[in-house]
Design a protein around this ligand. Structure first.
Ligand code: SAM
Length: 224
């Protein structure tokens, strides 16, 4: 059966109570968050984290970057509830929103940077999500997608065999497929960081290219 959004909701509602104590926090999530954190710059003001879970990455990003304000969006209400103490501790700079990555409830050209950590493989329509991320980024805004790297045989075994056995038909993109998705959605200046061993991960970085909007010229009244 094709992977459905509702399957992610059920999985993470169920996992939420023990998520922060999972062995994956030490093996995968925390080490890979470091590579994401290293990409946030002092000029970044507004950050959106899509699939934010219990907010561990977000509060670390806010702690290290005092200029940032952030929104965390997640499909699973129970993941957000599990992180509520964290969200509360940064309430003046952080908002948690329940929503779907395919329909981001934000205005066009709003964020300087979007992060998405270990969530992208759950999206049934990945191209539609990247297009939506492009819409809400400011011109030149950065998209940082972090997910398991399946390019090597070891990564393939972990993510395509083991993870799909546990989670169902999720899809980890190869690094070339990820570059193609970014390019198709008008991202440029692409860069990829790959960690290939133990629990491998891939971080893809791109800048949103947007055409300048053409302002209609005021009509010039003909001289009588
Ligand atoms: C493995 S957790 C990662 C959480 C967090 N980003 C981190 O790095 O610890 C994946 C998260 O993606 C969320 N998710 C899955 N599908 C989603 C969707 N369509 N829209 C928004 N969030 C989604 C899940 O509810 C879950 O909280």
């Amino acid at each position: 059966m094709a992977y459905q959004r509702e399957m992610a909701n059920v999985e993470f509602d169920r996992w939420s109570a023990s998520y922060d104590r999972s062995i994956l926090q030490d093996w995968l999530f925390h080490p890979s968050h470091e590579s994401l954190l290293s990409q946030i710059e002092p000029s970044d003001q507004r950050l959106l984290d899509v699939g934010c879970g219990t907010g561990q990455f977000l509060v670390e990003a806010l702690r290290r970057n005092p200029q940032l304000t952030a929104v965390g969006l997640d499909l699973s209400m129970k993941m957000l509830e599990q992180g509520s103490a964290r969200f509360q501790a940064f309430a003046d700079r952080l908002q948690a929103v329940r929503g779907d990555s395919e329909q981001l409830p934000f205005a066009d050209d709003h964020f300087d940077v979007i992060t998405c950590s270990h969530s992208f493989h759950h999206y049934p329509r990945q191209a539609a999500v990247i297009a939506e991320m492009h819409r809400v980024l400011k011109p030149g805004g950065k998209l940082l997608i972090l997910d398991g790297l399946r390019d090597t045989w070891w990564g393939w075994f972990i993510f395509d065999v083991m993870v799909t056995w546990v989670e169902g038909g999720v899809h980890h993109c190869s690094s070339s497929r990820m570059r193609q998705l970014y390019r198709n959605a008008s991202f440029n200046d692409l860069k990829q960081i790959k960690k290939k061993w133990f629990v491998p991960y891939l971080l893809t970085v791109g800048a949103a290219h947007k055409m300048a909007r053409i302002q209609p010229r005021p009509s010039v009244a003909k001289a009588a």
